[in-house]
Design a protein around this ligand. Structure first.
Ligand code: 2P0
Length: 338
């Protein structure tokens, strides 16, 4: 009896040019392109087992079965696509119709705006495609991961990654690719976990709400598309000053769009704002850092390798007795099969 199972690891990623808006919600096609850094060490380890006795796909995350319909829908979209490819390619492979048990473990706080769905879905897409014996191209795998969760299409790739908006209605050109390997630029990411609780609104819901009700949505999209070039160029030239400016501006504009939705999506906590000020203060004093924030309260302080120790020391003093955790990482490799 052949075994239809495989495991994969996929890392988290932090966007410097953010994805915030869908032009097609069913296919997860973005209104704008995005650029991220794939981060080392932190991510999801996911094992997928196709099992003929199951009546529905099952997800066990960090040892607990997940029953949230939105999360289950994300994993079944990816698995259904893979089952459909498997059944057309190998009509006689019985597992192409089987449901799957997905066992996933995150080594960082889940759903705290640290792109948990990005690493989880990327690891799922890679593991499930291997379990079914499908040899998919990186582009096809990225497209599949995107269907489950937009930002997951970036976690498959090494280092500095761009997800193209794409133009086609079927989404086949809306995929990610590596711009540079992790070794291109020795940056450090200091992740300040201000609050490890799951966020109250999902990114999917937040994006829909922003699109439907923020009067600034269109301006955000135009600005987001326009900053892709400067961010790409700053990374290519390793120009930290230019990257700091463009990435902070992009982050604040995304949040301005979220905050101006109705009801307002204010992901920040008081500590988030305090950290924005602290990052600016450090920079004014000559420490090479900038901040970025995803759809949650946590702040990622990006530093050059030469200034990372100084930035970390400053943050440790700043966070003393606050209860906030500080995680340090750097650009890393994309997802891989275990
Ligand atoms: C990003 N975020 O580019 C942006 C910045 C959050 C803020 O991608 O609806 O979980 O599953 O496609 O991928 C989070 O959105 O959303 C996200 P869906 P996803 O990293």
């Amino acid at each position: 009896m052949p075994k239809y199972e495989a495991s994969a690891f996929a890392p988290i990623n932090i966007a410097l040019a953010k994805y915030w808006g869908k032009r097609d919600a069913r296919l997860n096609l973005p209104t704008n392109g995005s650029i991220s850094i794939t981060l080392d060490k932190f991510g999801s380890t996911t094992r997928v087992i196709f099992d003929e006795t199951l009546e529905a796909d099952v997800l066990v995350l960090n040892g607990e079965e997940v029953r949230t319909p939105e999360t289950l829908r994300k994993i079944s979209i990816v698995l259904d696509e893979l089952r459909s490819i498997a059944s057309t390619r190998f009509a006689r492979v019985p597992c192409a119709r089987w449901r799957a048990r997905v066992l996933s473990q995150n080594n960082f706080p889940t759903a705290a705006g640290l792109a948990s769905s990005a690493s989880g879905i990327a690891a799922l897409a890679l593991a499930a495609s291997h379990a079914l014996g499908l040899k998919l191209t990186p582009e096809r795998l990225s497209e599949l991961a995107r269907r489950g969760s937009g930002s997951a299409c970036r976690s498959l790739f090494d280092g500095f990654v761009e997800w193209k908006r794409g133009e086609l209605a079927n989404g086949s050109d809306s995929v990610a690719a590596s711009l540079h390997p992790a070794s291109h630029w020795d940056l450090r990411a200091l992740i300040v976990v201000v609050d490890a609780e799951p966020k109250s609104r999902s990114s999917t819901g937040g994006m829909t709400s922003a699109r439907n009700s923020s009067p600034f949505f269109q301006s955000w999209i135009e600005s987001a598309q326009a900053t892709l070039g400067p961010i790409r160029d700053a990374i290519a030239a390793r120009n930290f000053h230019a990257l700091s400016r463009a990435a902070e501006e992009n982050c604040l504009r995304m949040h301005a769009c979220a905050i101006s939705a109705s009801p307002s999506l204010l992901y920040w906590k008081p500590a988030t704002v305090a950290l924005i000020h602290e990052a600016r203060k450090m920079r004014a004093e000559g420490v090479e850092v900038f901040f970025t924030i995803d759809a949650g309260p946590n702040v990622v302080i990006v530093a050059t390798a030469a200034h990372a120790a100084a930035a970390r020391a400053r943050l440790e003093v700043f966070l003393k007795n606050s209860g906030a955790a500080l995680l340090e990482t750097s650009p890393g490799r994309g997802a891989y099969v275990l």
